[in-house]
Write a protein that binds this ligand. Structure first.
Ligand SMILES: [Zn+2]
Ligand SMILES: [Zn+2]
Length: 146
């Protein structure tokens, strides 16, 4: 993936617009129950990004549903924008915001034991359970504290 792959997007109402450098053509799905409720059904599907430029930041509302993470959404139209570590950088964005989703492949599914029965898994995507994800998070948080 070229370093210069900058893509643009916006929320449903247009109050929040963004441009971001796409750092991987592999997208990922989170099947955790918080994401299912937040998106209104199905997983939260993200693409990894860097150098995020946002306009309309005043329209963004944050909600904290865990001790470590926070979710950003448009306070006007409700569009899902991103999940990030609290006060951390935005390192992934919801794919539906982007005008151009070409060239992306589902590579990673997490919280797979929370995936509902009606939703098949993506062929070729790595699979990781809730317990595996929390083990990774614990390691990350321990590293953060030291
Ligand atoms: Zn909006
Ligand atoms: Zn999730």
């Amino acid at each position: 993936m070229a370093d210069s792959d900058i893509r643009k997007g916006h929320c449903l109402c247009g109050a929040v617009t963004l441009a971001a450098r796409i750092t991987s053509d592999g997208i990922m799905a989170c099947h955790c129950q918080q994401c299912q409720r937040w998106t209104g059904g199905g997983p939260l599907i993200n693409v990894r990004v860097a150098d995020v430029a946002l306009s309309g930041e005043d329209a963004i509302t944050h909600v904290r549903n865990s001790e470590w993470g926070e979710r950003g959404f448009c306070g006007t139209c409700g569009s899902t924008l991103y999940w990030r570590m609290q006060d951390g950088e935005i390192s992934s964005l919801a794919i539906g915001l982007f005008d151009d989703q070409s060239g992306w492949t589902m590579k990673e599914e997490i919280f797979t034991d929370r995936r509902p029965d009606w939703l098949p898994h993506f062929d070729g995507a790595s699979q990781s359970t809730e317990a595996e994800e929390f083990a990774k998070l614990d390691k990350y948080l321990e590293g953060d504290a030291s």
